[in-house]
Design a protein around this ligand. Structure first.
Ligand SMILES: CC(C)(COP(=O)(O)OP(=O)(O)OC[C@H]1O[C@@H](n2cnc3c(N)ncnc32)[C@H](O)[C@@H]1OP(=O)(O)O)[C@@H](O)C(=O)NCCC(=O)NCCS
Length: 223
């Protein structure tokens, strides 16, 4: 394992980067002021900008300090075309012992259905397998939230099972549907589409904290 922390990743239409303090208002207005976005999670209510800091402990000094940890993966999703922050993408519960990490993501409703999260997940898989060295990446979604599962399917993740009444989120107790992908499967996918595991120049750019996922062909928009 070679943790790199939340380094900047780039895809065709997105930049995944560390949050900055001035992202708070755009995150509220574009993403978190809408219950439809966070109802599948365990966030405390986010009816005002203050709720983000005081009820959820997000955008606090303590929260930003976590970026110092090499195994902390918490990206703002920035739209290249406008520079707007439109969502959040995380790698959570990293395990060095089992070489695995879980994905969690959310996008402002105005940007749903345009392939953005599929693009972000593909970039993250490329980074986690090729650059960090995880063996397994997995994610779960509420059974009533099939759009999230569709993203996992489109990124080549395999359905692994459903755990009944496994998670309590803001809509209540839900069945959680799990998908996963192993490094061997991801590398095979890369070989089949004929791209190197490390595109030319990627190693040098990774050193500088910038990883061009789109160069490996896994960041392209599906539409
Ligand atoms: C889930 C979410 C991240 C998807 O982001 P997105 O950028 O819209 O996803 P994509 O456009 O890449 O792909 C979504 C796919 O789901 C499909 N979809 C949308 N609603 C669906 C539904 N009700 N049933 C089945 N598929 C659905 C879309 O058609 C699309 O598939 P397609 O490209 O084959 O047409 C976004 O809807 C979101 O942020 N939702 C709220 C937060 C959330 O649910 N987070 C995940 C918690 S596990």
């Amino acid at each position: 394992m070679n943790h790199k922390g939340t380094v900047t990743l780039e895809t065709e239409r997105l930049i995944l980067r560390r949050f900055e303090k001035n992202d708070l208002e755009p995150m509220f207005h574009n993403v978190w002021n809408n219950y439809e976005v966070w109802k599948w999670s365990s966030y405390e209510p986010m009816n005002s900008i203050d709720d983000i800091r005081t009820l959820n402990n997000i955008f606090t000094d303590f929260w930003f300090a976590k970026y110092e940890k090499p195994d902390y993966y918490n990206w703002a999703i920035e739209l290249k075309s406008s520079g707007e922050v439109i969502g959040r993408f995380r790698g959570i519960n990293p395990s060095d012992r089992a070489n695995k990490i879980e994905l969690a993501y959310e996008l402002g409703q105005n940007w749903w259905g345009q392939g953005f999260m599929t693009e972000a997940v593909n970039a993250a898989l490329h980074f986690f397998f090729n650059d960090v060295g995880f063996n397994r990446v997995y994610a779960g979604h509420a059974s009533e939230n099939p759009a999230s599962g569709k993203v996992m399917q489109k990124c080549g993740m395999t359905y692994e099972g459903t755990m009944r009444q496994h998670t309590k989120c803001n809509v209540g107790l839900v069945d959680e549907v799990f998908y996963g992908i192993l490094a061997s499967e991801f590398i095979m996918k890369q070989i089949l589409v004929g791209v190197p595991t490390h595109p030319a120049g990627a190693a040098e750019e990774a050193e500088q904290g910038f990883i061009p996922c789109v160069a490996a062909g896994f960041g392209a928009a599906p539409h």
